[in-house]
Design a protein around this ligand. Structure first.
Ligand code: NAD
Ligand code: GLY
Length: 374
């Protein structure tokens, strides 16, 4: 059966506008869709070993049919690749390929590959174009759109990076067939985030259809990815450099980053899982602050838990954590200003806001009540 026409979501950034193409079999059209961006019929494809082993031959064959040569730049999978060492390695391999500014880098993988390849493209000879072909649910609904690229340093996550928008994003839902269920759930956390932060109707749709999304039912998955990308595109077009509203996309991230820091940014707690626990904490914190109804926090938590995602500190491997250490991580977060803690809090389901100057003692007391150690 021929798959339905892809959904195309524009990201309205003037001269740097681009499209996100979402659907089944989108990869099959990669050659045709990349050609307008190519001066030379060759691309450097940055991918990780896992994705390349599963899907590299298919992408190479598809591009070959359009006469496009592929130079693979394959990196080890995992967050540790998003490092200065990983960046030096990718940059050196791009230089060895003698790419010039008319060439294109393709990021073919999850958020790690997208962030790393995007940053390498941002600084390669002061900037070269790149295209995102995201292969995880998280990358399709979040990291491939919006132009944030970065690496981690020993002092924290995403601390060195650049805004560098892709020229095109191709999100093929069929590629998700090989994605482990745990990674699907982690990506789903970022989907539900869009409902929480700005669209209660979408949140209610997810309450009813979340199971179908996680089961990769094509119609449900297409709607969930497309609605998420629409919301992200709209926010990015309004506030590309995160001077205001874009910060709402960090719902759950202040608590989440602290948990990722405590668990070592690895397999123990995936980024999406940290965001899930962080969003549940943000809703309960909002309820204790009186900004949102307790029943909304309960409903938010139930929706996260229904997807098999963590909602409590005790759900996170390595718990109990010391409240003081978590607060210290939060103070180092990029969103912290002058030592004050910044959170994205909720007014209800479908409505989030930026809370600056949250006193550390209130967060510490809340974490202690949530089961953190003194
Ligand atoms: P990831 O890139 O590490 O991918 C997760 C795992 O899935 C990896 O082992 C990968 O090899 C494997 N994989 C990828 N696609 C697959 C497929 N189709 N089939 C089978 N296995 C596959 O992780 P992620 O969750 O995609 O991304 C997390 C990263 O994204 C973090 O570094 C986070 O900071 C970053 N991020 C960036 C933004 C942004 O706006 N730039 C937003 C959110 C997250
Ligand atoms: N993932 C947060 C952002 O893109 O702003």
């Amino acid at each position: 059966m021929t798959p339905p026409e892809p959904r195309i979501v524009p990201v309205g950034l003037g001269a740097r506008a681009y499209e996100v193409v979402i659907g089944q079999g989108v990869l099959d059209e990669a050659g045709r869709r990349l050609l307008p961006f190519l001066k030379n019929r060759r691309v450097a494809v940055v991918s990780d070993e896992t994705v390349w082993a599963l899907h590299g031959a298919r992408l190479t064959a598809i591009l070959d049919r359009s006469g496009i040569d592929v130079a693979p730049v394959i990196v080890p999978p995992g967050e540790q690749t998003k490092s200065f060492e990983g960046l030096a390695d990718v940059s050196d391999r791009l230089l060895a390929l003698e790419l010039d500014r008319g060439d294109l880098v393709v990021a073919f993988g999850g958020g790690v590959v997208g962030d790393l390849a995007g940053f390498a493209a941002a600084i390669y000879k002061r900037g070269i174009d790149f295209v995102q072909i995201p292969t995880t649910l998280l990358a399709q609904v979040d990291s491939s759109v919006g132009g944030k690229t970065a690496i981690d340093t020993p002092r924290g996550k995403n601390l060195v990076g650049a805004f560098h928008q892709p020229r095109l994003v191709l999100a093929d839902l069929d590629v998700l067939d090989t994605l482990p269920d745990r990674e699907m759930r982690a990506g789903y956390a970022e989907i539900i985030k869009y409902g929480f932060l700005g669209d209660v109707g979408f949140f209610e749709w997810l309450e009813a259809h979340g199971r179908a999304v996680l089961a990769r039912e094509p119609a449900a998955l297409t709607h969930a990815v497309a609605r998420s990308v629409e919301m992200k595109a709209e926010i990015v077009a309004e506030d590309e450099k995160e001077q205001g509203r874009r910060a709402l996309l960090n719902l759950g991230h202040t608590f989440g980053h602290a948990l990722e820091a405590e668990t070592g940014y690895g397999e123990a707690l995936l980024h999406g899982e940290a965001v899930a626990a962080g969003m549940a904490l943000a809703y309960r914190f909002s309820a204790t602050q009186g900004t949102c109804e307790a029943r909304d926090a309960v409903r938010a938590q139930a929706a996260i838990a229904a997807a098999g995602l963590p909602t409590r500190l005790a759900d996170v491997p390595g718990a109990p954590f010391a409240a003081e250490r978590l607060v210290r991580h939060m103070a180092q977060d990029k969103k912290a200003e002058g030592g004050r803690l910044t959170f994205i809090l909720a007014r209800g389901l479908g409505e989030a806001y930026v809370a600056r100057d949250v006193p550390a003692y209130q967060v510490r007391d809340f974490l202690l009540a949530e089961g953190a150690k003194a």
